[in-house]
Design a protein around this ligand. Structure first.
Ligand SMILES: C[C@H](O)[C@H](O)[C@@H](O)C(=O)CO
Ligand SMILES: [Mn+2]
Length: 417
């Protein structure tokens, strides 16, 4: 049976619940996922003096074919984008600047260093997001940046963040859609601090200085990302969840929730509805922590489904800016992007195909038996047939057919590097 025939058969099963698949597809098409460029090169970047990865994060694996030039990275992204349904964004870090072989330090970066990315984004019809890079640098060697006791070091990173927001503004202007510029810093201590307050005061002051710089908010949107612990900051992280939640609320910034940045049984899906009551928008780094913030490739597990459901059920497809953050160097990197991004989109489609209004009503009526029964039965509805049809409608391979294309690309391109 063809994908089309299969789809026509299963469509009726959803329609009997009043679910419009056409409507679901229309909504899904309008949601851009911000695909992080750093999966393609293990967060190495293109700085003239290449630095070892620091900041308490780690990439493991040595799968051959990693991108080592901007051209290679863009070519790999193009391959992945051709296998993912919809129009999306690409998320860059400051270390992906192109400086023509000149050593330009992070406090000297300018929009022109991202001109190639912008031209490429125009060609590919994708938006761009941005991140200052406050790690993998001699001035972050002791694990402190914006909260550093040394004012000169703080000032260096403040300048870097201001310039990053200006680069985001440039992306927004050139590409006709606002960029999200997200600040994540590694600052923290390996062992128990004797003073938790002072570093947080310093971070607050640094952020105030960064956001005092005038940047057009219609072109660049700011986010701040918290963390629980990192390698070398096990006892204390300055930019904790409570810190940034307070900061973002008071200063009208977006709170960015990364799925790997909480206690092991704490989930970001449960935070979305709470935060949306107090913020117009919020941002996500969808990742998959396995025992720690390991940044495994996102799979269609319970938490990913729940994230999709929370976004859809709260009518928040245009309020939650969905970004991805995983980096696995033990598998084909183009496949990693493809698997993780397709799964993120699948989770939204899954949520759009549930009788959400009916389920809400059952809860209000206290009918928890039927609520549970339906939620479980829908897990085995023929969702796969709808997903396959969506992929074909959007001009990308259905089912596992994309894998053949990745294998061909590996043979023709990646294995030649
Ligand atoms: C490279 C990313 O910016 C980084 O992963 C950050 O977002 C993070 O999640 C750190 O744990
Ligand atoms: Mn993150």
């Amino acid at each position: 049976m063809s994908v089309n025939e299969n789809f026509l058969l299963v469509k009726k099963q959803y329609e009997k619940w009043g679910i419009s698949i056409d409507n679901a597809f229309e909504q899904l098409k309008s949601v851009p996922i911000s695909i992080h460029c750093w999966q393609g090169d293990d967060i190495t970047g293109f700085e003239v003096e290449e630095q070892e990865l620091s900041g308490g994060i780690d990439v493991t694996g040595d799968y051959p074919g990693k991108a080592t030039t901007p051209e290679e990275l863009r070519s790999d992204l193009e391959k992945a984008l051709s296998l993912i349904p919809g129009s999306h964004k690409v998320n860059l870090h400051a270390i992906y600047a192109e400086t023509d072989g000149q050593k330009i330090d992070r406090n000297e970066l300018e929009p022109k260093h991202f001109e190639n990315w912008v031209n490429w984004a125009k060609k590919m019809n994708v938006g761009l997001d941005f991140n200052p890079t406050l790690f993998s640098h001699p001035k972050a060697a002791d694990g402190l940046t914006l909260a550093h006791p040394d004012k000169q070091i703080r000032d260096f990173w403040i300048e870097h963040c201001i310039r990053s927001r200006q680069i985001g503004e440039y992306f927004g202007k050139e590409l006709g859609q606002p960029a999200l510029t997200n600040i994540w810093i590694p600052d923290g201590f390996k062992d128990i601090p004797s003073d938790r307050l002072t570093p947080r005061k310093r971070l607050k002051e640094s952020l105030d200085a960064i956001f005092a710089a005038d940047v057009d908010e219609s072109l660049n949107v700011d986010a701040v990302e918290s963390k629980l612990f990192g390698i070398g900051s096990e006892a204390y992280v300055v930019g904790s969840h409570e810190f940034y939640m307070g900061y973002a609320m008071k200063n009208n910034k977006l709170c960015l929730l990364d799925s790997g940045h909480y206690h092991p049984t704490e989930v970001i899906s449960n935070k979305i509805s709470a935060l949306l009551l107090f913020h117009d928008k919020l941002a996500l780094h969808v990742s998959r922590p396995v025992r720690w913030d390991s940044d495994h490739v996102v799979i269609l597990d319970d938490e990913l489904r729940e994230i999709g459901l929370e976004i859809v059920r709260n009518n928040a497809l245009d309020k939650v800016m969905i970004g991805l953050d995983f980096f696995d160097a033990s598998i084909n990197r183009v496949a990693a992007w493809t698997i993780g991004t397709r799964n993120m989109i699948k989770s939204l489609l899954y949520a759009l195909l549930l009788p959400n209004d009916h389920l809400k009503q059952l809860q209000d009526e206290g009918n928890f038996t039927e609520r549970l029964a339906l939620m479980e039965e829908f897990k085995t509805y023929p969702f796969g047939a709808v997903w396959d049809y969506y992929c074909e409608q959007m001009g990308v391979p259905s089912q596992e057919k994309w894998l053949d294309q990745v294998k061909e690309y590996e043979k023709a391109v990646l294995s030649q590097r």
